[in-house]
Design a binder for this molecule. Sequence first.
Ligand SMILES: *Cc1c(COP(=O)(O)O)cnc(C)c1O
Length: 394
Amino acid sequence: MEDKLAWVERELENLKKEGLYTTIRTLGSPQGAWLIVDGRKVLNFCSNNYLGLANHPTLAQKAKEAIDKYGVGPGAVRTIAGTMELHVELEKRLAEFKGAEAAISFQSGFNANLATIPAIVDKGDLIISDELNHASIIDGVRLSKADRAIFKHKDMDSLRDVLKENAGKYRRTLIVTDGVFSMDGDIAPLDKIVELAKEYNAITMVDDAHGEGVLGRGGRGIVDHFGLHGQVDIEVGTMSKAFGVVGGYVAGDRRIVEWLRQRGRPFLFSSAMTVPDTAACLAAVNILESSTELVDRLWENARYFQGAMRDLGFDTGFTETPITPVMLGEEKLAQEFSKRLYEEGVFGTAIAYPTVPKGKARIRVMISAAHSKDDLDFGLEKFAKVGKELGVIS
Ligand SMILES: *Cc1c(COP(=O)(O)O)cnc(C)c1O
């Protein structure tokens, strides 16, 4: 008999042959502008630590204090004995920060999507999803027994066509979109989506993972960016990116939040956020509410870096946010560019097919408030050097 797991080796070999095998690098330092990666000091252009909160002294201090008072683990799922005062406080503060009626927290943004979509739509309902939505939305859609339809990326004619074609055929319709698309840094036309949703009485859901702490007044997110308070039914957020910790949440209509407490499966069947995570997230909300300084610095850095990259002759795609795709085209070129940057002391990941379409490979630079102007200049100098060397710019 053949070894029943031999296929795994073959598949792994195939990934390596096709250049699709992910090598996981190990950090020997906290998150920040500079990292020790596999023993080497490099400028960090890869992380989602938009505001530099991942190693912020106040967050760390609040986490320590919470451990002294409440211990480490929640000991149970939220609905049995895992809801601590900290969780309740965090949800109250998140709702206030977002200007929403209520909020519910989950262990991650991924879980928030898995919890929400199947709880909202079921057999006899329709989900309409942007073609470039995040994997966690796609998986949430897969967990629901509702029918699915896709609209072209940010294309409101396409969304209208799907709505029109299906009008009257379903009990409920859910329109779901990413807020900021993580590979291109472009923003969903949420105002227009809300308009169309009203016309067709559809429920609206936006996943604001990359807009949280970035868009809107003081980082209040995409709903605030468009001034749509009270008009988007479900706002999914993550506390793993700009908030610098880990965890997810849904903010929105209080009836939806109450329903998710009853029917969100990861809420009911997976243990609550840990004590230090919850306390650190609370500290992050407090920092964001007390000052716009970090968000302002993030945008200042993004404008500076993106402007200088364009001046150098690089194509930064369609970005409208601090996510900076440096468009290179060929998969092999992107790999080589990333490797050369790393040798020069800059950690910037190559992103290629199947994450983005074939021929649209790129280096994705993640700008942070943690970067100083000198850091950005160092990165720019290395991009210029490698770009010339590889014939990307002249
Ligand atoms: C990162 C991301 C998530 C996952 O968030 P986690 O809190 O890390 O699980 C979900 N949705 C989108 C759009 C994301 O970019």
